[in-house]
Design a protein around this ligand. Structure first.
Ligand code: MOS
Length: 713
């Protein structure tokens, strides 16, 4: 891939590979992350989390700890400032874990019970580890399994369609020539960004200033204002550089603790979470159990699609992993049923994690499709083409564009699918059995209202200000390219400043909606600026600034089924004597709108697919039923794909601009992981003849299942 810096043209930046504008600052260490910025009189807070899974805090024995070197204070439910956790924020009600130290109630292991603040992080840690907390322990229950007592169907809400139903399911299943009825499970998984959660809070000139690592500075500012009952104008949150988020970096206990301590101590306070603390304090992906029933005619045309998904949540907050929603978009059937159910347990609340819903949901549904293809004797890609809907299967809405078959065609050509013998267990290479698999991918493509300001500076350059977040995606660079094209200048004449809540409301880096939503706001502001500049006249020293607000334009979008799509392909080798599964190559072809920066877009897709390898083969958080805590809650004990596990992963895309977006963007943040684990599981079946319906496909599971190894006799 070539890198152009736009030296010759003043247009065409969008669509050309461009290195990150902040890349040099990042690799030289000049870029400061939330825990890097120096502050005079900075104090350091260390969180203390509960060691019991349910009960009450009887006492926090602060006195000995307060006598330790450097210790400034110990905050707990007996002395912490009051906050108000009873509000509805941008994405609903907050997880009560952020209303730290408001009572003695402990609803799960790893619940914040105290904050020790000291002059140095080492002193804070030493004291936090020495702090004795006594509990009145109550019995807990963390066992999650299909059909668990207490499971219920949540209410529909603006963020959740719990259940959809059309047609007569049992009648269509009975009339089907071929039926698949299988249960799939996915384990608890964690999003541990390279940069742990970190925040520094201070009061400055009557304003609360927080330097934080998050996915939306305006979002976090708004939540902190609500929690601390502050005028929103008196809260400023900045997060210029963020080392990953993946859904975990909204308002979390560390910011709240930092603000509390800064308020009490009248000095800046920094709180950084440890890896171990991140296992409970920042959310995770719930385990799921999913039952999929497919009924089809002999040629594979679906008569019935039933997807019932279940996840766990905490007892203090309802989070629904919307695994069944993928079928509402992917496949039609005469009888169509999708439902989410949830069961509260004595655990920390799960949250959004890259492709929430679609990632585990696609494992179940796209595995079931492969099982149906096998039973019907139909090629998996042909099966999908026979079930390609004309309109949204549940919504009935037209698709904004739906190029999933183009992805399969291009992917099949490049992957070499045409020569594939569909029979399983036939290909052997030494101790390895070889197989290939495929799966479809989809993820919603949305836009949300945002504001941006663009300034024409007197020196002929331009400054864009928007409270966007670049969590490693390359959003800052993408916005630079978008603004440069709109302004008809080279990218080096555009300065994009992001991640400051003082820049005004904007979409968070989430839901694969960030770059699209922000790009729209930037385009709108540039349009208005150019109208002003067209009037002529000199640019004053302070420049000419125009602000945009896309609320009206976004609200006016016609109702359509708006999604990105893709096709995943994987080749695996399975050693049936050791149980080892190795992915040999992967290819993902996506139809995901106009690609702004091929360089960083490629990284996004490959990153998601790599995570898919990890999801298929490695990741699994294990809970000890007796203590209610994680086993091996660190990055040594939580296994995930490392370099040696990741072979050639290729990603590319087909032309698929969104006609309703000013730039043509759809959004690419999450779709890369969708379908990836199913493609791998389907390849493992093709290699061995054994279906793996439970992730991860660990060596012991491969060994226990054996293989229908026809070749070895
Ligand atoms: Mo993403 S899970 O919407 O950060």
């Amino acid at each position: 891939m070539t890198t152009t810096t736009g030296t010759l043209t003043t247009a065409g930046s969008v669509g050309s590979a461009h290195v990150r504008v902040e890349g040099r600052a990042k690799v030289t260490g000049a870029a400061r992350y939330a825990a890097d910025l120096p502050f005079a009189e900075l104090a350091h807070g260390w969180m203390v989390l509960s060691t019991v899974a349910r009960g009450r805090v009887r006492s926090v024995e602060s006195a000995p700890v307060l006598a330790m070197p450097g210790v400034l204070t110990v905050l707990h439910h007996g002395n912490a400032p009051r906050v108000d956790g009873d509000y509805v924020g941008t994405l609903g009600r907050p997880d009560p874990i952020v209303a730290c130290f408001q009572d003695d109630h402990v609803p799960c292991a790893g619940w914040p019970v105290a904050l020790v603040v000291a002059q140095t992080p080492e002193q804070a840690r030493e004291a936090a580890e020495a702090l004795a907390v006594q509990y009145d322990e109550e019995s807990h229950d963390v066992a999650f399994y299909a059909g668990r007592p207490g499971t219920y169907t949540p209410e529909n809400s603006p963020m959740l369609q719990a259940e959809t139903l059309k047609g007569d399911m049992e009648a269509e299943l009975a009339a089907s020539a071929v039926v698949v009825d299988a249960e799939y499970t996915t384990p608890q998984e964690h999003h541990h960004a390279l940069e742990p959660h970190a925040a520094t809070a201070r009061w400055e000139g009557g304003r609360l200033e927080v330097v934080d690592s998050n996915q939306g500075s305006m979002w976090v500012a708004d939540e902190l204002a609500k929690l601390f009952s502050l005028d929103p104008a008196s809260v400023r949150v900045r997060s210029e550089h963020v080392g990953g988020g993946f859904g975990s970096k909204g308002v979390r206990p560390h910011q709240v603790c930092a603000v509390m301590a800064a308020t009490v101590l009248h000095r800046p306070v920094r709180v950084v979470l440890t890896r171990r603390q991140m296992f409970t304090a920042v959310g995770y992906r719930s385990p799921t159990t999913q039952r999929v029933r497919l009924g089809a005619d002999a040629d594979g045309r679906l008569r019935a699609l039933d997807h019932q998904a279940q996840n766990l949540t905490s007892r203090v907050h309802e989070f629904v992993e919307q695994s069944a929603s993928i079928g509402r978009v992917m496949y039609d059937a005469d009888a169509h049923h999708t439902v989410h159910r949830v069961v509260p347990l004595d655990v920390a609340t799960p949250t959004w994690m890259r492709a929430p819903g679609e990632a585990p949901g696609s494992f179940a549904l796209e595995s079931a499709l492969d099982e149906l293809a096998e039973k019907c004797g139909v090629d998996p890609i042909v099966l999908r083409s026979r079930n390609e809907p004309v309109t949204g299967p549940v919504s009935g809405l037209p698709f904004s564009s739906r190029n999933v078959l183009a992805c399969f065609r291009e992917g099949a050509r490049r992957f070499g699918w045409a020569d594939r013998d569909p029979r399983p267990g036939l290909r052997r290479e030494g101790r390895w059995l070889l197989g290939t698999g495929t799966a479809a991918a989809t993820y919603p493509s949305g836009a949300a209202p945002s504001t941006a300001a663009v300034t024409a500076e007197a020196d002929g350059t331009f400054t864009v200000r928007i409270s966007a977040a670049d969590i490693g995606t390359g959003a800052r660079t993408a916005l630079t390219l978008i603004a440069a094209d709109a302004l008809e200048v080279r990218p080096d004449r555009v300065r994009v400043r992001i991640a400051d809540s003082d820049f005004g409301p904007a979409m968070i880096a989430g839901g694969s909606m960030g770059t699209r939503s922000w790009g729209w706001a930037v385009m709108t502001a540039v349009d208005e600026l150019q109208d002003q500049l067209a009037l002529g006249g000199d640019i004053p020293p302070e420049g000419i600034t125009v602000r945009s607000d896309t609320s009206a334009a976004v609200a006016a979008l016609a109702a359509k089924e708006r999604h990105s799509f893709g096709a995943q392909f994987a080749e695996v080798a399975v050693d049936t004597s050791s149980g080892e599964v190795r992915v040999r190559r992967m290819l993902g072809i996506f139809a995901a709108g106009r690609i702004v920066n091929p360089l960083t877009a490629h990284s996004q897709f490959v990153g998601g697919m790599t995570w898919g390898i990890s999801m298929a083969l490695h990741e699994e958080a294990v809970r000890d039923q007796a203590s209610g805590s994680h086993v091996s809650a660190d990055l040594a004990g939580y296994h995930f794909a490392a370099n040696a596990d990741v072979p050639l992963v290729e990603a590319d895309w087909v032309d698929d601009p969104d006609a309703d977006d000013p730039v043509g963007i759809k959004g690419i943040g999450e779709i890369g992981i969708v379908g990836a684990a199913a493609a791998i599981a389907n390849a493992v079946w093709h290699a061995t003849g054994v279906r793996h319906r439970h992730l991860p496909i660990r060596p012991d599971r491969v060994l226990l299942s054996g293989s229908r190894d026809i070749a070895s006799g």
